[in-house]
Structure formats: structure tokens, C-alpha cells
Design a binder for this molecule. Structure first.
Ligand code: NAP
Length: 267
């Protein structure tokens, strides 16, 4: 089995990476930074976002595992002191000595960005947000080619089910179980008065629906895809839909979503 480790870069994560490499070598796992079977992220959920974007072109053939160095995360479930146990399970899997572990797949969002200077496409794991840099965002929101609303406010967030526990939650969005193939559109401080009106509630769109956001004035915008910031001064539209591709996580043991939600927000 070929693996790669991506750590957060702080002292603890770097030390844990070194420990991981040492134990992995002792247990016959092969380090491969170009085409690994498993990518291990060491740090937090933010580190998993970096790992995902680093291997974005190989998403169909890679499975991810997260080790956290602080609090239990949504993507990072293994604790630092459990690294020997994790390596043991990976090594047994490589030797075919255990039944294959479960692989769970989570939906992603595909976005097409149309600018006067050219077009591009991206995939996000948590969400993308479109925000104003120097004033109110004015944007037309269409669903399936029908105008839905004219948005005025600080911005719009479109999240995946696994990203629903991140920025989306702070915006009052619902938490969606990652087995639901959907995306969620939430408003960021919309202006609502006698003149301007938006729905004011999060929207959950199924996989076969598309949402197009059209910039409706000359405006400097910031498009943030997970942790990546892309300034946009000539945006025409962002079109999004649940992606065909999904991210895979290897589950050597159960890690139920609602347990994570309870641990993160209630315990
Ligand atoms: P960051 O500002 O350093 O960290 C943001 C926080 O979000 C961290 O505590 C991170 O957990 C947590 N997080 C990431 N993915 C999550 C998920 N799926 N569910 C629950 N919590 C999650 O930024 P970053 O580390 O580069 O992460 C970028 C993410 O920050 C964005 O995708 C966005 O979701 C989030 N964000 C949230 C807000 C907000 O809530 N107001 C504002 C901006 C950005 P770890 O500590 O385990 O890494």
C-alpha cells in the first residue's frame, strides 16, 4: 500500500509525521508522494482541506484518513496516540490479513466560473463563498435557469453536506448528513426591506439541480473555495451543482456523523 502524509506544519504535526513515516516503514508501507492509495492528513479539518486540494486531480483513486492534533474533527478522527493502531490496521489491510475496511464517500460541489477574462472550474469539499470586497454584493440567483431572486448583502455561501458543519453552520444553515447528495445555499447578511427582498432561508438543492449566481454590477468580489481566496473583478457568473466526483475516506472503525456533531457542538 502506498501512502502520503500531509501535516499542518506546526511542531506537533511535524513530529507526528516523522513518527508516522518511521512506523510505516517498519510495517512495510511504501511512501509515494505522486500516486498514493491513502493520504493521511495530520492537523485538523483545515489540514484535510489542504490535502484534498493537493490531490484534487487524483480524487477518484485516493482515500483519505485524518489524524487530529487538537480537538476531534469532522474529517480528522484519529488521535495522535492512536497512530500505531492506525498503522497496524493499514499494514494488515496491505497484507490482506483483515477484511477490507469500509470506504465512505462524501459529495462535493463542482463550480464553473465565468469571467470576462476567461472561464475555469473548481471542486470544493466544504463550500464556496462569494463576498463583496468594497460594498454590497448584487447578484441574481437562478435555479435551473429560472430567476429565483436578486440578492443584495454581504455574500452567498454554497456548502456541501460535510461542509454544512463549518461556515454554513455559522450562517444558520442546516446540518446535512453527508449521505445526502445535495448542496446548500445560505445567505450572508442579506438586505431585506420594502425595496429589496430575498428568501432569507437556506435552500437545499438536490443533485440534479443547478444554481447560477450572476454578478449584477461592476464589483470587486472575493470567491473563496474552501481555504483558497480568488479575487474577482470581472466575474460574470458562478454556476454550481453537486459534483459527479466524490471524496473517499477509509474507515478502519465507525465514525458516525451525528456523534461528531454532538461531540463538536454539544458535549
Ligand atoms: P481557519 O479559519 O483556520 O479554520 C476555520 C475552522 O473551521 C477551524 O476550526 C476548522 O477546524 C473548522 N472546519 C474546517 N472544516 C470544517 C468542517 N467540515 N466542519 C466543521 N468545522 C470545520 O480556516 P481553514 O483551516 O483554512 O478552514 C477553512 C474553512 O474555514 C472554510 O472551509 C470554512 O468552512 C471555515 N470558515 C468558517 C467561518 C465561520 O464559521 N464564520 C468563516 C470563514 C471560514 P480545525 O481547527 O480542525 O482545522
Amino acid at each position: 500500500m502506498k501512502y502520503f502524509v500531509l501535516d499542518r506544519g506546526d511542531e506537533i504535526s511535524v513530529e507526528l509525521s516523522e513518527l508516522f513515516h518511521r512506523l510505516a516503514a517498519e510495517n512495510g508501507l511504501e511512501l509515494d508522494e505522486k500516486s498514493p492509495d491513502i493520504v493521511v492528513s495530520i492537523g485538523g479539518d483545515g489540514t484535510m482541506l489542504h490535502a484534498f486540494h493537493t490531490f484534487i486531480d487524483q480524487i477518484p483513486s485516493i482515500a483519505f484518513v485524518g489524524i487530529h492534533t487538537g480537538h476531534l474533527g469532522f474529517y480528522a478522527d484519529w488521535k495522535a496516540d492512536e497512530i500505531p493502531e492506525l498503522i497496524h490496521m493499514m499494514s494488515n489491510q496491505a497484507k490482506g490479513e483483515t477484511i477490507e475496511p469500509r470506504v465512505v464517500q462524501y459529495p462535493l460541489i463542482h463550480l464553473e466560473i465565468c469571467k470576462r477574462s476567461g472561464n475555469s472550474s473548481y471542486i470544493c469539499l466544504n463550500e464556496f463563498t462569494l463576498k463583496g470586497v468594497d460594498g454590497t454584493v448584487v447578484a441574481q440567483v437562478d435555479i435551473n435557469d429560472q430567476m429565483f431572486e436578486m440578492f443584495r448583502g454581504d455574500g452567498i455561501c454554497v456548502s456541501t453536506p460535510s461542509g454544512s458543519t463549518a461556515y454554513n453552520k455559522s450562517l444558520g444553515g442546516a446540518m446535512l448528513h453527508p449521505s445526502i447528495e445535495a448542496l446548500q445555499v445560505t445567505e450572508i447578511a442579506s438586505i431585506n426591506n420594502r425595496v429589496f427582498r430575498t428568501l432569507g432561508s437556506p435552500l437545499v438543492l438536490p443533485k440534479h439541480h443547478r444554481c447560477d449566481i450572476y454578478s449584477r454590477k461592476e464589483q470587486n468580489l472575493l470567491l473563496t473555495i474552501d481555504h483558497v481566496n480568488l479575487p474577482m473583478d470581472d466575474l460574470i457568473s458562478v454556476s454550481c451543482q453537486v459534483a459527479e466526483r466524490k471524496i473517499s475516506f477509509v474507515r478502519y472503525r465507525p465514525f458516525p456523523f451525528w456523534t461528531r456533531v454532538r461531540n463538536a457542538f454539544l458535549d
